[in-house]
Design a protein around this ligand. Structure first.
Ligand code: NAD
Length: 467
């Protein structure tokens, strides 16, 4: 089927960057009233076109309506409302108390300046949320923005490309589309900040391109996020919450549970509880469940089907069925996986396949976690604070969610971002504002009292040479 999305020409991309630069320099994006109007418009865009967004998300990956509401629509609306309420406060200059006595009579303050022309590269799994939530923050911070939507979720990208110019000021906020060639060209242009969501591999390409202009980056990446279960945990509760974190959007979420570390003594209990949950949620034939999404493309189906087929260890407890034409892979549980199975345990799975590795001692589980780069999130399921602390104090990760999955990402009072291989920087709420602004240090003196400065001018008094 022909793609509904038209890619931007390289000339159009260059024109858009130049136009945004010229218009940013006029100062038009800076007044708070202007920022608020644009944010309100973005809110209206989502609210007035909610049904069409659901349809596009369903066409892209059969995203169930309730998942589209909670994962794509609601976060954008919430973030718009947050900034409408808080941008006046956030944008205020902050006076600081001088530490040097000689500045007691001066003005010492920090202003929160926009960075300038910002490039946001969105991702396809939450194409509304991951494009528009950073956009709200960038607008609130007073920037002009070039938004590159993901070509993979083509229906949603086509719809946003149609809608954004109807709601937002085109002289300051523009959309471009394309794949590798267009993104490569885009990255050659000079921006004042790049906000990228996607894989660590492309994250490296983005960072390297940004370094040519010494442009700052925020990289929202992924990785293999583990769930560690401790022996005394309530297995049915654990199974429900891990299933939620594995099959939401068919596992196509950067904070999906990638693999489980289960005490060997509890494996049977976990398998039986997890099997029960999946049957209750999706029935005997998950393919016919309206609540089970599809993979976004045949390429992704082939990649994950290849992982199941070519795995070096583990037995399938349930699932494993693949229907390429329907872009369907059944919810799949694989047990007795070994940590050194480089097929299942090499790359992030990003699909509905859950490998389970057993351990005998919690330190053994911690050692395995530490063999991988720090994940985007670490999940711990335990009733004992001592065990939770033992895991947290001996590991690193972008975020942590104890006794649940995914929900930490929805809590916008928390920063969201990775560390090391899982990302650089963070965002959501006031942290987005910080991400998209520069803290400009301002020391302002009066021209009076010049005699006070004599002490620091040459010729130096020898007794003060050491200063
Ligand atoms: P990707 O990084 O492969 O591609 C993203 C975009 O980059 C593509 O749309 C394409 O336009 C461009 N691109 C791809 N290859 C390129 C190249 N060689 N040069 C220049 N541009 C290129 O994204 P993906 O792998 O499809 O997305 C999944 C990954 O994103 C997973 O790792 C997931 O964890 C991560 N992710 C992270 C978050 C987060 O918030 N941290 C959210 C969603 C997804």
């Amino acid at each position: 089927m022909a793609s509904p999305l038209t890619y931007s020409s390289l000339d159009d991309i260059q024109d858009a960057v130049s136009l945004l630069r010229v218009n940013f320099d006029t100062g038009k994006s800076r007044p708070i009233s202007f920022r608020k109007f644009q944010i309100q418009q973005l809110y209206n865009l989502v609210k007035e076109n909610e049904e069409r967004l659901y349809e596009a998300l369903a066409k892209d990956m059969n995203k169930p309506r309730s998942e589209a509401l909670s994962g794509d629509i609601a976060p954008v609306l919430e973030e718009c409302l947050y900034f409408l309420d808080n941008v006046d406060r956030l944008a205020k200059e902050e006076k600081t108390k001088p530490r040097l006595g000689m500045h007691a009579l001066d003005t010492v303050k920090v202003s929160h300046d926009p960075l300038g022309v910002v490039l946001i590269i969105g991702c396809w799994n939450y194409p509304v949320q991951l494009s528009l939530v950073p956009l709200v923050g960038a607008i609130a911070a007073g920037n002009s923005v070039l938004l590159k939507l993901s070509e993979v979720s083509a229906y949603t990208a086509a719809l946003l490309t149609e809608l954004i110019p109807r709601y937002l000021d085109q002289s300051l906020y523009r959309v471009v589309n394309g794949a590798v060639e267009e993104t490569t060209y885009l990255l050659e242009q000079k921006f004042d900040h790049i906000f990228y969501t996607g894989s660590p591999n492309v994250g490296k390409i983005v960072m390297s391109a940004a370094s040519k202009h010494l442009t700052g980056v925020t990289l929202e990446l992924g990785g293999k996020s583990p769930a560690v279960i401790t022996p005394e945990a309530d297995m049915q509760v654990v199974a429900n919450r891990i299933a939620f974190g594995k099959f939401y959007n068919c596992g196509q979420i950067c904070i999906a549970v990638d693999y489980v570390l289960c005490p060997a003594s509890q494996l049977d209990a976990f398998v039986s509880a997890f099997t029960k949950t999946v049957k209750e949620w999706f029935g005997e034939e998950p393919k016919s469940s309206k609540d089970y999404a599809r993979l976004v493309s045949v390429r992704h189906v082939d990649r994950i089907a290849g992982m199941i087929e070519n795995r070096k260890t583990g037995g399938i407890q349930f699932g494993g069925q693949v229907d390429r034409d329907e872009r369907y892979i059944a919810p799949t549980l694989i047990t007795d996986v070994k940590f050194d199975d480089d097929v299942l345990m090499g790359d992030e799975i990003f699909g509905p396949v859950l490998p389970v590795i057993t351990y005998n001692d919690l330190d053994e589980a911690i050692t395995m976690i530490k063999k991988n780069p720090p994940p985007l999130v670490l999940y711990v399921f335990s009733k004992k604070q001592k065990l939770i602390d033992q895991v947290l104090q001996n590991t690193q990760s972008g975020g942590v969610c104890v006794n649940d999955t995914l929900m930490h990402q929805a809590e916008y009072s928390l920063p969201f971002g990775g560390v090391g291989n899982s990302g650089v920087g963070n965002y959501h709420g006031h942290r987005s504002f910080r991400t998209f602004t520069h803290e400009r240090a301002i020391l302002q003196k009066k021209q009076q009292l010049e005699f006070v400065n004599k002490v620091r001018y040459p010729p130096y008094n020898s007794s003060r040479d050491a200063i």
